[in-house]
Design a protein around this ligand. Structure first.
Ligand SMILES: [Cu+2]
Length: 487
């Protein structure tokens, strides 16, 4: 078969002239260095330049019903860019993004791969594509010094979604710096049509400074060896897929996510909060599972998840190893717009008193209320409020009150919080959703209504209005009760 000829030519012959692949016209005759070869996938007809896309975009589906010679030009670029707000990192990339450009092929295609290493690079790089059958997945054939281009070719023989990555020593460091991406090999019949397709790839990052520590952060080999990342990210930076950059769909549409995990170390428990994967191509292969909540995506592996969106809202995309989501950045958003379907999802219908022990305990809330002093000192409120904050708010707004950029607004020095006490009380009683502006930055998330009594609300608001540089004075129980009565 073609592949074996290619491989033997590429690796057995050390001739100074590289083998050249020639595809002749519409008759599908293919030759390599003048030797005619045939393909078990039918004649290889014509040639095309591959369209490459940056995440979260995916090239259009392939409508060819035959293999072709597909020319891929991928450039390695090294540069400094934000990994989080105020934090810079030196990324090494395939095509200028993390993850690298998405490559879309059809089974049987012969890919002529040109790996360009930009002259400004400091390092040599190469590429190991898991879609390649051959030693190193192309690594040896593609080893490229700065300012050089390597060319090699391979046939994609197995349909599926494959990871590619740099495999230049130290391999772990090249991957940790962002050198990975996905190559899709469509089956002969193509992928089934869907309304929206997106490209999401997870990676773990190791920096000298802790999560969020400002400035240019060098790679930490020590933390990488210990496998304790500071950042776990979708598409290369904190907030790469939230707010304005969220992926979108409309009610009734079908969505397909091409999901990869570059690692270098962690396995992802990939989950979309509030969705169920109708179809899940396990590990990016041909086995299709159905009705899946969370799928494991190994380092150097992938999955294809398909689902229909039935109701509007913001669906949070997470690694369900959940500290990574709320504390290390692995949080994306799918925003769905369109009409509600109250049968599929009602929203909150009622909130009533729950008394598992029956009517006999009915006095307890009243007795508690009586015990609750209507006046507490500022100090008392601060102590109680801090405790409530840690239990009820910290996961989203963070210990330092700074929130998470693009997802959870800051409470520290928040103009929104400080401007209006009654409004802040309403946020506690009713929750908050829709567009708000905090310190000039727009947020459009959902804060659930808090499960706290009015005394606790007075304390937690006192705490947040008097911490992290805020100077707002005491919030009294009376104010909380008045605001509630005004609803
Ligand atoms: Cu590299």
């Amino acid at each position: 078969m073609l592949l074996s000829i290619l491989t033997s030519l590429a690796f057995a012959c050390q001739a100074p002239v590289a083998p050249t692949l020639v595809v002749e016209g519409g008759d599908g005759v293919t030759s390599i260095n003048g030797v005619t070869v045939s393909s078990e996938f039918g004649p290889i007809i014509g040639e095309e330049k591959a369209v490459l896309t940056s995440p979260p975009n995916v090239p259009a589906p392939i409508d060819r019903n035959h293999p072709t010679k597909l020319i891929v030009d991928l450039e390695v670029l090294e540069f400094i860019a934000p990994i989080a707000d105020g934090v810079d990192y030196t990324f090494w990339t395939f095509g200028g993004t993390v993850p690298g450009s998405f490559i879309r092929t059809r089974v049987g295609d012969v890919v002529e791969f040109n790996l360009h290493n930009n002259p400004s690079s400091k390092m040599p790089h190469n590429i190991d594509l898991h879609a390649v059958t051959g030693p190193g997945g192309g690594a040896a054939a593609s080893f490229t010094a700065p300012g050089h281009t390597s060319q090699f070719s391979f046939q994609v023989t197995n349909p599926g979604l494959y990871v590619y990555h740099c495999a230049t020593a130290p391999v772990g460091m090249h991957i940790a710096n962002g050198m990975y991406g996905l190559i899709l090999v469509e089956p002969a019949k193509g992928m089934s049509p869907v309304d929206k397709e997106y490209y999401i790839m997870q990676g773990d990052f190791y920096t000298e400074g802790a999560y969020g520590e400002a400035g240019l952060q060098p790679f930490s080999m020590k933390k990488a060896l210990q496998e304790i990342p500071d950042y776990v990210l979708f598409n290369g930076s904190v907030g790469a897929m939230v707010g304005d950059k969220a992926i979108t769909a409309e009610v009734g549409e079908s969505v397909r996510l091409y999901v990869g995990n570059g690692g270098p170390n962690l396995v992802s428990s990939f989950h979309v909060i509030g969705e169920i994967f109708d179809n899940l191509y396990v590990e990016g292969g041909s086995l299709v599972n159905h009705n899946v909540q969370t799928t494991l995506v190994p380092a150097g592996g992938s999955a294809i998840a398909e689902f229909e969106v039935e109701v509007p809202g913001t669906f949070i995309i997470v690694d369900h190893s959940i500290f990574r989501t709320f504390n290390k950045g692995a949080l994306g958003m799918l925003k769905v717009t369109g009409p509600e379907d109250l049968l599929v999802y009602s929203g909150k219908q009622d909130d009533r008193i729950y008394q598992p022990e029956g009517g006999a305990v009915q006095e307890i809330p009243a007795a508690e209320a009586a015990k609750t002093p209507t006046t507490r000192t500022l100090e008392e409120r601060m102590t109680l409020g801090e405790r409530s904050y840690k239990v009820n708010c910290l996961a989203c707004h963070q210990a330092n009150g700074e929130g998470i950029k693009g997802a959870f607004p800051p409470l520290a020095k928040s103009d929104y919080l400080m401007a209006d006490t009654k409004r802040a009380i309403d946020v506690m009683h009713k929750g908050l959703s829709g567009k708000i502006t905090v310190n000039g930055v727009e947020y459009n998330g959902v804060m659930p209504k808090v499960n706290m009594n009015d005394d606790e609300i007075a304390s937690v608001l006192t705490y947040i209005r008097n911490s992290w540089g805020n100077d707002g004075g005491k919030v009294t129980l009376k104010e909380v009760l008045e605001a509630k009565a005004a609803h």
